[in-house]
Design a protein around this ligand. Structure first.
Ligand code: FAD
Ligand code: NAD
Length: 478
């Protein structure tokens, strides 16, 4: 691998924040020799989020869906600097990012600043709680590897505690009540995985919990999976019913304590009532919120004043009101849903744009040098020679394809709903294709396998699936 050189003063410094879908797709396609590239992220790996729900039950081991960022960087032609740190503040006017090493081991220096000429913000989003009291203290999220590990541990803890000697039946029911708040794809996929875990493994390993283990999905809107077609929503709700997962729609959680949630539900007569729902495990999946570093950057740019959900970008992914800051993925607002698909396409498009920008700039620089040389040429023969070179360069310049604005191509939505079934809204050619069931499930598996970033990940995921099918999932509580 190339050594880490000092920044080349002749090149612009491109700082990329984050190692998620947006930033890694950009890094993969970026010609790093054109810039001094610096990557800053508190996570030194890429995480394949679509399979994260499977890690909560041990269907897949978390390391199988992680890819070290160093593995992407070491294949680059020119070295890229990586700092494992969080960007705590972006000073737009000073063109500086302040970074802080938030990990356990800290050196004498654990916070510093990184100057940039160009900046790409790909820091993703935080978990939304809407300020509902108790969520952060008592609920578990499902966004990062650590979240999935915490859920896996909590599921087993609840099961073992429920079977503790002389536990009261009400307490047993509470401990085995697994509540998921948020009926978006994260909540639905997790509920499905959890019910699978119970059906295929838990009830065999711990028969005592058979009667009382129960999964409930709570959603404020009238139905789950709002981004899918009506037919697939119905299919999901029917499958959940068969799997005995309870769906509580039109039920909005207002408060969370350590043992129950308080939710306001709307009955068929339109009447609202507040009820207490006891739980052992609470997984909170109500979507995205802005990260503080993004909110702070927005406050420095007048053109971002009216943007609420993230950094408003133009069709070239430039943060509105700036010239040298771009945003990709969940922290950017470009009228697309905050999905991996969008983030990946944005990252890849930005890489092509940066590569092209660098090529164009380099040719323009050479052209300026040549015209200077032409002026100073001692005789006609020398001038003609330079003229030929200029013509060649101009031809090269014309051959560089002008990249149009970013356009998202939607390849469809896909979600696993448990009991070896998946739903898919796929836009092939011109028509839309909605499907659910076991065949879709195999399609889901093969689609995710082919999407996994490296061959290593693909093999690890495949081995995990085989392992879980052959031996059952591991119920040890780590
Ligand atoms: P992320 O992938 O979240 O990456 C953000 C990066 O920024 C991380 O590396 C993080 O460590 C880093 N970071 C955070 N704070 C800072 C900071 N202050 N400074 C520097 N770096 C920072 N989408 C789909 O299209 N299909 C799916 O099947 C799908 N399944 C999903 C399943 C789950 C459980 C979840 C949670 C999401 C799923 N998504 C799916 C959505 C998808 O994961 C996101 O849309 C996608 O990750 C967004 O990419 P991103 O690069 O913006 O952010
Ligand atoms: P989401 O925003 O899609 O869904 C959150 C749900 O929580 C909403 O339906 C909302 O009505 C509900 N909610 C909010 N507050 C509530 C409350 N107090 N009580 C009850 N319900 C409440 O969130 P998500 O599922 O985390 O997904 C985030 C993004 O990631 C989305 O863009 C999604 O498409 C994407 N994603 C995609 C997949 C997939 O394609 N398979 C999987 C996971 C996530």
């Amino acid at each position: 691998p190339p050594e880490q050189p000092e920044p080349d003063p002749n090149k612009k410094t491109l700082v990329i924040l984050g190692t998620g879908w947006g930033s890694v797709s950009l890094l993969k396609k970026l010609d790093t020799e054109n810039y001094n590239v610096v990557v800053v992220s508190p996570r030194n790996y890429f995480l394949f989020t679509p399979l994260l729900p499977s890690c909560t039950t041990g269907t897949i081991e978390h390391r199988s869906i992680m890819e070290p960022i160093r593995n992407f960087l070491r294949h680059k032609k020119t070295a890229v600097k990586f700092y494992e740190a969080e960007a705590t503040k972006i000073d737009y006017a000073k063109k500086v990012v302040y970074i802080n090493d938030d990990s356990e081991i800290k050196g004498d220096i654990s916070s510093t600043e990184v100057p940039f000429d160009m900046l790409v913000v790909g820091v993703g989003a935080e978990n939304a709680t809407f300020g509902i009291p108790g969520v952060r203290e008592h609920g578990l999220f499902l966004k990062e590897v650590g979240d999935a590990q915490a859920i896996r541990k909590r599921i087993m803890d609840c099961c073992e505690t429920a079977t503790f000697k002389d536990q009261h039946p009400d307490e047993v029911r509470r401990l085995l009540h697994m509540v998921v708040v948020g009926g978006g794809p994260t909540g639905v996929e997790f509920a499905g995985e959890l019910q699978d875990f119970f059906n295929s493994d838990l009830k065999k390993w711990i028969p005592d919990i058979r009667e009382n283990f129960h999964v409930t999905l709570v959603e404020a809107l009238p139905n789950v999976l709002p981004m899918f077609s009506k037919q697939l929503i119905d299919y999901t709700e029917k499958t959940f019913k068969e799997e005995t997962i309870t769906i509580r729609t039109k039920t909005m959680v207002k408060n969370v304590t350590d043992k129950y949630i308080e939710a306001e539900s709307t009955g068929p007569d339109g009447k609202k009532q507040l009820e207490r729902i006891p739980y052992g495990l609470l997984v909170w999946a109500t979507g995205n919120a802005l990260r503080p570093v993004v909110k702070d950057l927005m406050s420095q740019i007048p053109a971002q004043k009216d943007s609420r959900r993230g950094l408003a970008v133009n069709e070239y992914l430039v943060v509105k009101g700036t010239e040298n800051v771009w945003a990709v993925g969940d922290c950017a607002v470009a009228n697309y849903a905050p999905t991996a698909q969008v983030a990946a396409q944005e990252g890849a498009w930005l890489a092509r744009m940066f590569n092209q920008m660098a090529k164009t700039e380099q040719i323009n620089r050479s052209l300026a040098e040549l015209s200077d040389k032409q002026e100073k040429a001692p005789n006609k023969e020398a001038r003609d020679k330079v003229f030929e070179e200029i013509k060649d360069l101009q031809k090269r310049l014309n051959r560089i394809k002008v990249i149009g604005p970013f356009e998202y191509t939607h390849n469809g939505s896909l979600a696993y709903i448990g009991s070896e079934k998946a739903v898919a809204d796929i836009s092939w050619l011109s028509g839309n294709f909605a499907t659910g069931g076991t065949i879709t499930y195999f399609f889901w598996r093969s689609a995710y396998l082919s999407m996994c970033f490296s061959t290593r990940n693909r093999i690890l995921v495949l081995m995990d699936w085989i392992k879980a099918k052959t031996f059952g999932r591991d119920v040890s509580r780590e």
